[in-house]
Design a protein around this ligand. Structure first.
Ligand code: G3H
Ligand code: 13P
Ligand code: ZN
Length: 332
């Protein structure tokens, strides 16, 4: 058993209260390896932003949960060494069982998501409450994110055929019955780099895909029902054309990639949305830089020579998100 406080981590309670009041969102960035974690910490220290480090089931499989937990502890020390202390949360992304959530809590995570969105409403309530009861009874209160509504696309192992938007009338009951600290909702975002099919989009004069707007009406209804309650947006990568073009220029084959326009995320950040999840944009930024080095310097075989530029590209992206999209810069 590890206490997250002894690792220098914090839960999301205070972060979210400040974010809702201040009209900005905390970045939740996924990491699976050292370079991604370094880029997150460098960008967040430089922009003085609080940050949520997210570990998915895929990350646990790829990198090992114990490795990732110690890396997060290392990240706390790294941030201090860079000269500015920022609040850092270690969060389980899309936990799909009580056992996974418990395992993470016991090993030092300060926050977990229990994603019961693929179950019936009643099952979701039951499972989420079980996790909340365990998390909140720890000596150091662990925060819990629930999910209501199903995102389109692939949610880890959970496949949803189409987006089932969150029903505002269920939100109050769900929060009351479960005691969750925050709630992920479905208003039109989805995971990955192809968030909409071309049929769901229009095209501008340059042939660029324009996605349908997010359902801000649903978000507003939820805010009216539960004023100030922390709302989370998953699937919030913007899939910048700049990266997709570099990837395709240097041998990639990404077709019809489309994300959520940054303007809409900027608007969401000013609302009760206080946590925005971004993973795919980081994958694109890193892959674009690596592909470019590989293509331009075919003689290179030292991983540092391509992972280094990948890390720099990632850091630039995260600093941009904090400063220009989420508004979290200067809030730590
Ligand atoms: O929600 C999904 C995240 O982007 C994590 O993706 O399951 O491939 O690690 P992953
Ligand atoms: P993206 O695929 O849009 O980056 O979403 C990531 C996410 O929601 C992680 O939980
Ligand atoms: Zn997600």
């Amino acid at each position: 058993m590890y206490s997250y406080k002894s690792l220098g981590l914090v839960n999301t309670k205070d972060m979210f209260q400040k974010a809702v009041k201040g009209g900005y969102a905390i970045p939740a960035y996924n990491f699976n390896n050292m370079e991604q974690l370094q880029a997150i910490i460098q960008a967040c220290v430089e922009t003085k932003s609080p940050v949520i480090l997210q570990v998915s089931a895929g990350a646990r499989k790829y990198a090992n949960q114990t490795m990732l937990r110690f890396m997060a502890q290392g990240a706390v020390e790294y941030a201090k060494e860079l000269g500015y202390e920022i609040p850092i949360t270690l969060h389980l992304d899309h936990g799909d069982s009580f056992e996974i959530c418990k395992d993470c809590i016991d090993s030092g995570f300060s926050s977990v998501m229990i994603d019961g969105s693929h179950h019936s409403y009643e099952e979701n309530v039951k499972l989420t409450k079980q996790v909340v009861d365990y998390a909140h009874s720890q000596n150091d209160y662990v925060t819990v994110e629930g999910e209501l509504g199903v995102l389109a696309g692939i949610e880890d192992d959970v496949v949803a055929e189409e987006s089932h938007y969150t029903q505002p009338e269920e939100v109050e009951d769900f929060v009351k019955k479960t005691g969750v600290d925050s709630l992920a909702i479905s208003i039109g975002t989805s995971h990955g780099a192809n968030k909409f099919t071309p049929d769901q989009c229009t095209r501008n004069e340059d042939g660029i895909l324009i996605p349908p707007p997010l359902r801000f009406d649903i978000l507003e209804d939820i805010e009216k029902i539960l004023p100030g309650f922390p709302i989370v947006l998953h699937g919030s990568s913007s899939v910048p054309a700049e990266y997709v073009n570099i990837i395709n220029k240097y041998g990639g084959q990404m077709k019809d990639a489309v994300g959520i326009p940054e303007e809409q995320l900027r608007k969401a950040s000013k609302s009760a949305v206080c946590k925005i999840n971004i993973d795919s944009d980081g994958r694109l930024a890193m892959t674009a830089a690596i592909r470019e080095v590989m293509a331009k310097k075919p003689e290179e075989f030292d991983p540092r020579k391509y992972l280094g530029p990948g890390r720099d590209s990632l850091k630039k992206l995260y600093a941009h998100k904090n400063e220009n999209v989420l508004g979290s810069a200067g809030r730590a």
